[in-house]
Structures are given as structure tokens and as C-alpha cells.
Write a new protein. Structure first.
Length: 209
């Protein structure tokens, strides 16, 4: 009687166990965007009875960014999706939540909301955002391109419409932590542009400052 086949089976099983354990050794890292640091608001609301209310009614992403993996370019036309570096939740909701916090701080109002957490009263302004580009390029800089509109809360009248184009500093050899920090900074800059436009509209008399 020969035991050779048994030896081969044991060896094969040992190799399989090593392969499985090796595959499971890489853990998945999850990331979130963060709001801007607390500082003085751009708008001083002291002495006014009106509480400014803003609603981020829509925030849209291109399909290639609407996925769990953090997307970056590995060539001019090529994209890299890393299974081990992912967003902790949906990216569009993460961006909207961060913008809610940013605008609340910049405009000194607690009444900034997003669906499905709408306020029971009409907002003074509604904000619609279309993210056109938001990823790290092969030159190791993060780029953000966004089209955004501010709409009167009492009607469908567009009060302002802009396209914002911006990029981070060179990230050199920084990994995904550096990438996400740069992305958070760019959302902060976009929030500041939106807040500045709202202040201008208020100074023109809509709504009462």
C-alpha cells in the first residue's frame, strides 16, 4: 500500500491554507472627508432676528466616482480603484454632510440641511451641486471641478450659477491619507466660495440681512 497520494494531499492543503491566510492579511482602510477647522464666520448675524436657512437640495457625482473605492488616475485616461482603500459610506453623502457643516460655520447659522433632513419651513436659498471631477491625477495633485447653483427659496429662480475649478498642492509621495486631506481642503474652499456668494446675495437684499 502506498501513502504517497496522502502526502501530496496534505502538502496541497498546507499550500492552500498559506495562500488563504496570505490573502486575508491585507486589511481594508476606510476614509471620510472632514469639515474645515473652526474659525470666525464670514457673516456676522448678531443683532438680526432672521435665522438664515439653506438647503443643499442636490449633490451629484459622475458615475465613475460613485463607488466605494477611492478613485485616482494612473495615466491620462486610466483610472485605478484600490479595493483596500475605500470611502466609509457614499461619497456624495459625505461631501454633502461636510458642506452642511462648513456652510453652517461660515454663515453662522444652524439651519443648513440636506435631504432627507429637510426643515419644516422654506429655506432662504437652495444649493444644487454637480461634481464634475474630484480625484488625484498622475501629477500627484487632487483636482475638483464643480458646477453649482444658488436658487431662491421662494421660487425656482436661479440667483447665481458658477463653475469652480481648483487643485491641491503637490502631494509628492503622500498616500491615501494625504489624498483625502487634500480632498477635504478643496471641499472647504468650494464651501467658502458658496458662502461668499450667499453673502453677496443677502447684501443685495435677498433675504433681509
Amino acid at each position: 500500500m502506498s501513502f504517497k497520494p496522502i502526502h501530496l494531499n496534505i502538502a496541497a492543503a498546507a499550500i492552500l491554507i498559506l495562500l488563504i491566510s496570505g490573502c486575508g492579511s491585507s486589511k481594508t482602510n476606510f476614509y471620510v472627508l472632514t469639515p474645515i477647522e473652526k474659525s470666525s464666520p464670514l457673516l456676522d448675524r448678531k443683532g438680526t432676528d432672521h435665522t438664515l436657512a439653506i438647503e443643499i437640495s442636490t449633490l451629484n457625482l459622475p458615475a465613475y466616482l460613485d463607488r466605494p473605492q477611492i478613485v485616482k488616475h494612473n495615466s491620462k485616461n486610466g483610472l485605478e480603484l484600490d479595493q483596500f482603500n475605500q470611502w466609509a459610506g457614499k461619497l456624495d453623502q459625505n461631501i454633502a454632510r461636510v458642506m452642511v457643516k462648513n456652510l453652517a460655520q461660515l454663515l453662522a447659522t444652524p439651519e443648513v440641511s440636506m435631504p432627507p433632513h429637510r426643515r419644516i419651513f422654506k429655506p432662504d436659498f437652495r444649493l444644487e451641486v454637480d461634481i464634475l471631477k474630484f480625484e488625484r491625477e498622475v501629477d500627484d495633485m487632487v483636482y475638483l471641478s464643480a458646477k453649482w447653483r444658488i436658487i431662491d427659496g421662494d421660487s425656482t429662480t436661479v440667483q447665481a450659477s458658477h463653475i469652480s475649478e481648483m487643485n491641491s498642492q503637490h502631494l509628492s509621495s503622500q498616500g491615501y491619507n494625504g489624498t483625502v486631506e487634500a480632498m477635504s481642503h478643496l471641499i472647504g474652499e468650494l464651501s467658502k466660495q458658496v458662502a461668499a456668494e450667499i453673502i453677496q446675495l443677502m447684501q443685495k437684499g435677498r433675504p433681509n440681512a
